[in-house]
Design a protein around this ligand. Structure first.
Ligand SMILES: NC(=O)c1ccc[n+]([C@@H]2O[C@H](COP(=O)([O-])OP(=O)(O)OC[C@H]3O[C@@H](n4cnc5c(N)ncnc54)[C@H](OP(=O)(O)O)[C@@H]3O)[C@@H](O)[C@H]2O)c1
Length: 330
C-alpha cells in the first residue's frame, strides 16, 4: 500500500454521487474490492444534488478527497421525450453544483460520467472522441445530451482555469450501452438488455408461442457490463496526470469506455432467450424502424492504458438474469 505519512490512497475519502444507481453501485463495489475504506455516500432523499445550498453544506462538512459523479436523471426515449425540461435542468444543476462545490472545498480529483448520446446522430462508426460537437444530436435526447456535454466542458474549464494554480484535475468518461446488476427492468421504459430480459421472461411464464421484436434485428450495438465500466472508471481516475494528458487535450478531454464487441439485436435476442429459457418463436416486425444500423464507440484511448473488459456477454447476461429473478422475489 502506498503510504508516505499522508493519507494512503486507500484511506482517501471518496464521494460516490449516485451510489444506488447501476453505475454508482458498481463503482462502490470496485472501490471496496480494491480495499478503499472511506467511501462517502448520500441517497437522493438525504441530499438532493440539484439544491445548491445543500450541496455546498455537504461539501463544506465532508471535504472529500475525490469525487465520482455518477448521479444523474437517466431515462429511455419515452421519458426523455416527455420530460425534456426535467432532464436538462436537473442534470445541469447536479453537475454545476457537484463540480463547483467540489472545487470550492479543494477537491483535486473528480471523474464525471457522461454518455455516448453526446455524439452527433450521424457520426461515423465506431465513434471516436473527436466527433464531439461536429454535428446535430439525436433530437429525442438532445436536452439530456447537451447537459452531459456541459458536464464535460465544466470539467475542462475548471482544469484550464484552476489546473495550474490549484492542482484541479477533473476527468470525464463516456460509457457505451451498459447492463448488469441494479438495472431497471421494465417492458417499455428500459434499456435494450433489461427490456428484453423482462419481455422474454414474461413470455416464458405465460407460455407465449411467439414474441415480436420491433425492427429487423440486423442493427448492431455494443454492450458493456457495469462492473467492467467501474474498473475502467477507477483506472482513468487513478492514472498519472501526464498519462491522461498524453491521450487527451485541454478542450477534448473525455475518454470513451466501450467493450469493442458488437452484436446484432437478432443475436442478442437469441442469446437472451437462451439465458432466460424461452422456447417460443421470435418474430421480427420489419414494419418498425431499426434505428441506426450500427452504434459503437472507438475505445482506443482507453485500451492504450492497458484496460480491457473481462466479463463476456453471455456470462454478464446470466448474472443479470439472476439479479432480475432475485428482484422479482423481493
Ligand atoms: N445505464 C447506461 O446504459 C449508461 C450508459 C452510458 C452512460 N451512463 C451514465 O452513467 C450515469 C449513471 O447512470 P445509471 O445507469 O447508473 O443511472 P441510475 O441507475 O438511474 O442511477 C442514477 C442515480 O443518481 C441518483 N440521482 C438522480 N437525481 C439525483 C439528485 N437530484 N440528487 C441525488 N441523487 C440523484 C439516482 O437516485 P434516485 O434513483 O433515488 O433518483 C440514482 O441513484 C449517468 O450519467 C448516465 O448518463 C449510463
Amino acid at each position: 500500500m502506498e503510504s508516505t505519512g499522508m493519507l494512503s490512497n486507500l484511506q482517501k475519502k471518496i464521494y460516490v454521487a449516485g451510489h444506488r444507481g447501476m453505475v454508482g453501485s458498481a463503482i462502490v463495489r470496485n472501490l471496496l474490492a480494491k480495499g478503499y475504506t472511506n467511501i462517502l455516500t448520500r441517497t437522493h432523499a438525504e441530499l438532493d444534488l440539484t439544491n445548491q445550498e445543500h450541496v455546498a453544506n455537504f461539501f463544506q462538512k465532508e471535504k472529500p478527497d475525490q469525487v465520482y459523479l455518477a448521479a444523474a436523471k437517466v431515462g429511455g426515449i419515452y421519458a426523455n421525450n416527455t420530460y425534456p425540461a426535467e432532464f436538462i435542468y436537473q442534470n445541469l444543476m447536479i453537475e454545476a453544483n457537484v463540480i463547483h462545490q467540489a472545487f470550492s472545498v479543494g477537491v483535486k480529483k473528480l471523474l464525471f460520467l457522461g454518455s455516448s448520446c453526446i455524439y452527433p446522430k450521424f457520426a461515423p462508426q465506431p465513434m471516436i472522441e473527436d466527433v464531439l460537437l461536429t454535428g446535430k444530436l439525436e433530437p429525442t435526447n438532445e436536452p439530456y445530451a447537451i447537459s452531459k456535454i456541459a458536464g464535460i466542458k465544466l470539467c475542462e474549464s475548471y482544469n484550464r482555469q484552476y489546473g495550474q494554480s490549484h492542482g484541479v484535475d477533473y476527468r470525464s468518461v463516456m460509457p457505451t450501452n451498459l447492463y448488469g446488476y441494479g438495472d431497471n427492468f421494465h417492458a417499455e421504459n428500459s434499456h435494450v438488455i433489461p427490456g428484453l430480459i423482462y419481455k422474454l421472461h414474461h413470455a416464458k411464464l405465460k407460455n407465449l408461442k411467439k414474441v415480436v421484436i420491433w425492427g429487423s434485428g440486423n442493427q448492431t450495438r455494443e454492450f458493456l457490463h457495469c462492473d467492467d465500466l467501474a474498473s475502467a472508471c477507477t483506472l482513468v481516475m487513478n492514472i498519472k496526470l501526464s498519462s491522461y494528458q498524453e491521450i487527451t487535450s485541454d478542450m477534448l478531454s473525455h475518454i470513451n469506455i466501450g467493450s469493442s464487441q458488437e452484436i446484432s439485436i437478432r443475436n442478442l435476442v437469441l442469446l437472451i432467450s437462451e439465458v432466460v429459457g424461452y422456447r417460443g418463436k421470435i418474430e421480427f416486425d420489419l414494419t418498425k424502424e431499426d434505428g441506426p444500423p450500427r452504434k459503437s464507440l472507438m475505445s482506443k484511448k482507453l485500451s492504450s492504458l492497458g484496460w480491457k473488459p473481462e466479463i463476456k456477454l453471455i456470462e454478464g447476461l446470466k448474472a443479470t438474469y439472476e439479479d432480475f429473478i432475485k428482484k422479482l422475489k423481493k
